[in-house]
Write a protein that binds this ligand. Structure first.
Ligand SMILES: [Zn+2]
Length: 72
């Protein structure tokens, strides 16, 4: 993963991170009248352009477990 400072696609260490990412936050719709603002840490590999994004405040989104499809 990019958090380790190495790109998983091209193995380059030319990886940069920006706290709060490309946008300060964006809205995730969890249901009717139930939206939350996600803040992200965004990682970019300057060698191949691979981009990875992590939601910083993931503890605010645990309701997703009952709403989205679990990946198996
Ligand atoms: Zn790369």
């Amino acid at each position: 993963m990019m958090k380790s400072g190495r790109c998983p696609k091209c193995s380059s260490d030319n990886v940069y991170m920006r706290k709060d990412g490309l946008q300060e936050s964006f809205t995730i719709v969890l249901g009717f009248a139930n939206t939350k603002q996600a803040r992200t840490d965004d990682y970019i590999c300057l060698n191949c352009g691979y981009f990875e994004r992590y939601i910083e405040n993931i503890s605010d989104f645990q309701d997703i477990a009952g709403k989205w499809n679990k990946v198996r």
